[in-house]
Design a protein around this ligand. Structure first.
Ligand SMILES: [Zn+2]
Ligand SMILES: [Zn+2]
Length: 237
């Protein structure tokens, strides 16, 4: 945790919470979006100046401004799952960058459903374009020298994923700091969610940083060890 730099508010709606060098060629920026306390992530490959955005649902103008200031080009847009609070910015980002859209194959069909479109509009976004790449468990996504591994973690939604990258895991709405995603929406299952967390996340190295999809906890990020020890929702099965 010592290498993390937490910075002051930079934009009205979008706040940079953490900037972190993963290694010599990858950097990570955690952005908190005011609406629904969404956490959007920039994963930048310094050598190629390509970057991935994870769940840039709102405030896309501010997000793109931040990216431009760092000299990156968005090549990958990755949704951790198909809920509108994570996907409402897809159309805006893709139309301005030409990025390819990635989502797990089991969440792809509902991405453009009537309900998703309606909620996206209510949230100020629009209908998502079609995804380019349908993901499966254990797939890898490569951005220059940077590699993300797909962990299929159903339970919050059938095609929910986490993304693992060298000592860091992006957990979407599967695992929050001190909490877990809701399981009462269509396709949700608490039993399946807990199985996913225990088998796919809690088996990662204990020092792995946990980067959640919402900033709901006492801190904006955590570690696998901290969640195993303190998360009340995953303590007993
Ligand atoms: Zn969700
Ligand atoms: Zn969410």
């Amino acid at each position: 945790m010592t290498q993390l730099i937490f910075s002051e508010k930079e934009y009205i709606y979008m706040k940079v919470l953490a900037e972190h060098s993963i290694n010599n060629y990858t950097e990570l920026i955690q952005m908190r979006l005011d609406k629904m306390a969404i956490c959007c992530y920039l994963i930048g490959d310094k050598g190629s100046n390509a970057c991935a955005l994870v769940d840039p649902a709102f405030d896309t103008k501010e997000i793109l401004s931040k990216i431009k200031s760092r000299g990156y080009t968005v090549t990958h847009l990755i949704n951790t799952h198909n809920h509108p609070d994570h996907t409402a910015g897809n159309a805006s980002i893709m139309s301005q960058t030409g990025a390819q859209l990635f989502i797990h194959r089991l969440d792809a069909d509902k991405l453009r459903s009537f309900m998703n479109r309606a909620f996206s509009r209510m949230l100020g976004g629009s209908k998502s374009p079609k995804p380019h790449i349908l993901l499966n468990d254990t797939d890898t996504i490569t951005i220059g020298k940077t590699t993300l591994k797909v962990l299929h973690t159903p339970g919050h939604s059938p095609g929910g994923i986490c993304l693992y990258m060298e000592g860091n895991v992006f957990t979407g709405d599967t695992l929050f700091v001190g909490g877990v995603g809701r399981t009462d929406l269509r396709g949700g299952s608490l039993k399946t969610l807990l199985k996913s967390i225990h088998e796919k996340i809690y088996t990662l190295p204990k020092e792995t940083r946990v980067w959640p999809g919402h900033d709901y906890g006492a801190l904006p990020c955590s570690t696998v060890e901290m969640e195993i020890k303190t998360n009340p929702f995953t303590k007993s099965r």
